[in-house]
Design a protein. Structure first.
Length: 158
């Protein structure tokens, strides 16, 4: 009897299934950086809008302040951090995401007065934004920029 050497159909199917599972995991990790960066930019933009909304509804200055390269807080005019619904007063960026440059925000903060007008410092009346300010988030080689328009405080993400 002559016996042929090779793979059976079952062995071939099992190898294809294992490769499919491994490639799915690699793909999910590869795209996770982009998804996390976009979600983090959305959260930061939302927190800037929330800071402006607090200022207008409470009739006092609130500001979003960069604490470190990976965290920020929303504080009132006295500098006291507000408590978020999750019970914390500091937001930490997701793993691998950091703050990049801050353009037209020399104090690493954005403040809003009771009319929702953006300022670049904590003094009152302070220095209102005269041109668009921006905050950059980076993850690996990708970046997202959150821009704040002068006068209106409109927030956009690029």
């Amino acid at each position: 009897m002559h016996r042929c050497k090779g793979f059976t159909l079952i062995e071939l199917v099992i190898v294809i299934i294992v490769l499919g599972i491994l490639s799915k995991g690699v793909y999910m990790q590869w795209t996770a950086g982009t998804i996390n960066l976009g979600a983090q930019a959305d959260q930061l933009a939302g927190d800037i809008r929330y800071t402006q909304s607090l200022s207008m509804s409470k009739n006092q200055r609130y500001r979003l302040v960069k604490i470190s390269s990976t965290s920020y807080q929303i504080t009132n005019s006295a500098g006291t951090a507000i408590i978020y619904p999750n019970g914390q007063n500091t937001i930490t960026l997701k793993n691998g995401i950091t703050f990049g440059s801050f353009t037209n925000l020399p104090n690493s903060l954005i403040a809003f007065d009771s009319n929702g007008i953006p300022y670049s410092d904590t003094t009152s009346p302070g220095t209102a934004l005269s041109s668009t300010a921006s905050m950059t988030l980076t993850a690996s080689s990708e970046t997202k920029t959150i821009s704040i328009a002068p006068t209106t405080g409109q927030v956009s993400i690029q």
